[in-house]
Structure formats: C-alpha cells, structure tokens
Design a protein around this ligand. Structure first.
Ligand code: AKG
Ligand code: FE2
Length: 383
C-alpha cells in the first residue's frame, strides 16, 4: 500500500503579518500530519532554508568533510560519552540497538562567540547545562583544506548558517504545533527561549551495504536502526535521490523519498507524550540499496534544558493512545541492556516510570535527553 506523506507550506508561520486564519490553516494541516504518520515535508518558498543554493551549500560542505582521508579523520575531535554530543561520530561509535550502524557523522550546534559561553555560565549561576558547550571543530589546518578554493571560513559558515536557518524554521513551527494541539499559539515558545543553544545538527554519511539474502530485517548491518526519536522535533534535509529513510506504517516499511526544497519533519517521543500519544512519534530507520551513498543533515530541535511542559492535549481526548506507542524512550538502549522479556517493543517498567515523571514535571527535559544520548554511545568505532 502506497502512502502519501503530506507536504505543508508553513509560510504563514514565518511571516509576522499573517492572519490568524492563515496560521490556523497550517495548524490544521500539521494536526492531520502528526496524527496520520507523524512525518511530513515542510517548505516555504521564500525562506532561504528552502532554496536550492542552501541545500547545495550544506551538501557540498558535508561531502567534503567526509571525503577527507583517514590521516585527517584521525585528527578530528570525537564525540564523547556523557550526553553532550559534538564532534566526529565514527562508524560504530553510536547505535540505538545491538546492530552496527554503517554511517559516520559530525555533530555540531550553536556557535558561541568569544566569551559568550562564560557569560552564559555566569547567567546560569556559574554552570553550563549538560547540553551546552563549545563545538568540536576539526583543526584550523583541516578547516583551511575544507574551505578549499572558496573564501576562508566558508566551511564553518555553511554549517553555522544552515543551523541558524533550521532553528528559525523550527521555532516558527512551534506556533503551528501549539495551535494544532488546541493551545494558544505562544504555548510552546515559552519553553523554547534557549532552544538554539542546546539543539544540534548531525551531518550523516551512510555507506552502501548489501543485506544478506533472507535478512528482511537488515539485522546484521543497517544505516540507522529502527527507532523513534526521543526528543521534540527532528528536521531532516535529505538531498540525495537514493533509498534511505523509511517509515514504519501499518505493518510495512515505506520509503520517505527526497523532495526538492523541503525538509522532512518528525515528532519525537517527548512531543508525542505531551499530546498523550495523539501526535505520533513514528518508527523509522535508514537502509541502503547496496549501491549509493547517502548524505543527510538532521537537526534535533529541543525545548529548554529545564523545560517541564504540561500536557498539551487532555487525557479525555486521547483514550490512552500513548500507552500503545513503542517509544524508544521506554527502552534501555545501552549495549549491556538485556532484552525485556515482558514486552516485544522492549518497553521496561523503568521506561514507563520515566514517561510518568516527564509528564508530571518531576524531571526536566534536559536530564532525560542527556541520559538517552549516554545510552547510545559506543566506545571505539572506526572509519
Ligand atoms: O538520516 C536520516 O534521514 C534520519 C536519521 C535518523 O533518523 C536519526 O538520526 O534519528
Ligand atoms: Fe531518527
């Protein structure tokens, strides 16, 4: 069965002069998309993020980074355990399951100006939260090589410019999502004042692989294991016209094809929980056709570290939908975790307790998400 993933023009959310009706119209489309698949395309023809030049610039920069030879990659700062993710992600350096994920990545986020991190620290009583910190760029020498024949600083500018544009768009989406959840339009924005300082990008390079005959689950190797995203909103630029991202819907895997001048958006577990499961946190994975490489640029957009967001959709409206969802949030994704015998989706009693605490505000968003990133870190890795 073919599925038809919606494409939504979110321009009214990006224009401060739009009428309430225009914003409501987008919210209605968002509600339909979140409740049907949890995945959709967004566009806004006049915003720079959706121009061809923007995707070409970030794709070029991403390709040049991953095309560096091993001697250069040896010098990259690696992502570290502990939940704060910046730097190079080697093949096997992370996995959401016991399967080896055949991809390399580069993780970066907000670029603090000189002295800005110290100022932030002072504002927060002398400490940074667990998702704030400096980017881990390659060395100056490597950056010069990446600038190639272009102007000095072009590589970093391409990455930072893209991140800033994605954060702008994600923050505009908050208005539509609040309305879609039946709340006043400013509801979610109140919890996202610092989002751009803790959200981050993952640039991915997926290698082709061939799955063994009969291995319909691609269980031996995969681009990205089947998972739901733990967070709030994921925005993905998928510029390569090759098989890759797939969505699990009604018992089957479906391709989520690349569509020019759009970003793919999916809601995460936390957003789904806030809506009592009404907004789907979709199960997805990345696979290979065995031939082509694939590149993608994913923004994990978060509310503030200390956000404790009350339920957006009343329980009476959702009839226990969240209880049926197989969120990654409910699983222990450490390599050492034993499979949960009681639940095929791997949901544990600890996971259920975590969901309860998140909803009641006993724990904040940041502490939850830092623990999740810690669970998928894998020591070692290669290229
Ligand atoms: O690369 C993609 O298209 C999606 C990756 C993904 O699902 C993830 O990193 O959470
Ligand atoms: Fe994902």
């Amino acid at each position: 069965m073919a599925i038809n993933i919606p494409k939504i023009d979110i321009s009214p959310l990006l224009d401060s002069h739009s009428s309430a009706q225009d914003k409501q119209r987008v919210a209605t489309d968002l509600l339909d998309a979140f409740t049907r698949y949890g995945v959709f395309y967004i566009t806004s023809p006049s915003h720079p993020l959706f121009q061809t030049a923007s995707s070409e610039a970030i794709l070029d920069a991403t390709k040049s980074l991953f095309a560096l030879d091993n001697a250069h990659k040896d010098t990259f700062p690696l992502i570290q355990p502990g939940g704060f993710t910046r730097g190079y992600v080697p093949i096997g350096g992370e996995s959401g399951s016991k399967t080896r994920e055949l991809k390399e990545g580069f993780s970066y986020g907000y670029e603090w100006g000189p002295g800005a991190l110290d100022q932030q620290k002072a504002r927060q009583g002398g400490r940074l939260n667990g998702l704030q910190g400096p980017n881990a760029w390659p060395s100056e020498e490597v950056l010069r090589e990446l600038d190639n024949n272009k102007t000095p600083g072009a590589f970093k500018e391409a990455l930072n410019g893209f991140y800033n544009h994605v954060c702008d768009v994600a923050s505009a989406l908050l208005t539509g999502i609040s309305l879609a959840a039946g709340q006043p339009e400013s509801t979610l924005a109140q919890y996202c004042g610092q989002s751009n300082t803790i959200s981050f990008m993952r640039l991915f390079h997926y290698f082709p692989y061939v799955s063994t005959p009969g291995d319909t689950q691609h269980s031996a190797t995969i681009g990205s294991s089947a998972h739901t995203d733990w967070g709030f909103l994921t925005l993905i630029l998928s510029p390569c016209k090759t098989v890759g991202l797939q969505l699990y819907y009604e018992g089957e895997w479906h391709d989520v094809p690349s569509v020019d001048n759009t970003l793919i958006v999916n809601g995460g577990d936390f957003l789904s929980l806030l809506t009592g499961g009404k907004f789907i946190s979709p199960l997805h994975r990345v696979v290979s056709n065995g031939e082509q490489e694939r590149y993608s640029m994913c923004c994990f957009y978060y509310p503030d570290y200390d956000a404790r967001i009350p339920r957006l959709v009343p329980e009476s409206e959702t009839r226990g939908q969240a209880a049926k969802a197989s969120y990654s949030l409910l699983r222990d994704q450490r390599d050492s975790a034993s499979p949960s015998p009681s639940s095929p989706s791997g949901a544990t009693a600890d996971g259920q307790e975590l969901a309860r605490k998140l909803l009641s505000g006993e724990i904040n968003f940041g502490d939850y998400i830092v623990d999740k990133w810690t669970q998928v870190y894998r020591k070692g890795g290669s290229y």
